[in-house]
Write a protein that binds this ligand. Structure first.
Ligand code: NAD
Length: 261
């Protein structure tokens, strides 16, 4: 750890201690140390799939796109199914256990915050969850494993057993609306916090990336933790460049909190 980063860990620990309403906002980068690749880093999934092909309008309008989409999902599930929370997830769970945070807003669909021990009631999954498959017509839910097993056998995904509607992973695709209530809650927590911590997000996917700006414009301190620079570094109060696991475990150690696996 550089001396500069050590000072920054201490600053962040002090701010967490002094703040009354801390919100944590996470992106795919928090889960790369759990073995789930992000989308935009070199070798990420967008090097193998074309995001424009996987849009919601394409999914609902043609069977060829749906087939491509399910292939993409099968790969996603295979890569993510056995993933365990890493030190960054555990550090955020430790912050909640010790009454230090009010909400976790995540762009991730992997459920690792809840597995790490964060209360599902305070985790807002802006882009849904990969662990369920939803009927686009009647909202019936199916376990992902059922559909995954079909795909592994090379079979085509059937339509909804209740209403015949199209099934799709319960995630938000390009061109699909975010869940209204979840977004409203995320906006409310972002507006009312005094410290907003962004971890492992490229901050280019909207409307999720509006939330740090909303928090900053509402008077919160904005902190960005990422291994690379982001478009919001210039408006943030503190930028810590590094691996999410190193940074977050370092900060909770300064706060004297234990990581429980
Ligand atoms: P992204 O792929 O656009 O960006 C990831 C960011 O994390 C990058 O800026 C990268 O520099 C940084 N990063 C990667 N590993 C890091 C580490 N160990 N420590 C610190 N920083 C690290 O991801 P995004 O901004 O979340 O947007 C992509 C969308 O794709 C998300 O909205 C999400 O829905 C979806 N996605 C989710 C998962 C998941 O659930 N784990 C994985 C891939 C993509």
């Amino acid at each position: 750890m550089t001396a500069d980063n050590k000072d920054k860990f201490k600053t962040l620990a002090d701010w967490i201690r002094e703040s009354k309403r801390v919100v944590v906002f996470t992106g795919a980068g928090i889960s790369t140390e759990s073995g789930i690749p992000d989308f935009r880093s070199p070798g990420g999934i967008w090097d193998r799939f074309d995001p424009s092909e996987l849009s919601y309008p394409n999914f609902v309008s043609n069977q060829g796109s749906r087939k491509k989409y399910w292939e993409f999902y099968r790969e996603n599930w295979k890569e993510s199914a056995g993933a365990e929370p890493n030190r960054a997830h555990l550090a955020i769970a430790a912050l909640e256990r010790n009454g230090r945070i009010t909400a976790v807003i995540t762009q991730n669909i992997d459920g690792l915050h809840q597995t790490a021990g964060n209360d599902p009631e305070i985790v807002f999954e802006l882009h849904g969850t990969m662990w369920e498959v939803r009927c686009l017509s009647c909202n019936s839910l199916y376990p992902w494993k059922e559909i995954y097993n079909l795909l592994e056998k090379g079979e085509y995904v059937h339509n909804c057993g209740h209403c015949g509607g199209l099934l799709k992973p319960a995630t938000v695709s390009f061109g699909q609306s975010l869940p209204v209530k979840t977004l409203e809650n995320a906006q409310r927590f972002s507006t009312n916090c005094d410290l907003f911590l962004c971890i492992g997000s490229s901050l280019v996917v909207y409307p999720a990336a509006q939330l740090p700006e909303l928090a900053k414009n509402s008077g919160a301190k904005l902190v960005i933790i990422n291994r690379e620079s982001t478009p919001l570094d210039n408006i943030s109060d503190l930028v810590i460049q590094g691996e999410a696991g190193d940074v977050m475990s370092g900060v909770v150690e300064i706060l004297g909190l234990a990581l429980i696996n």
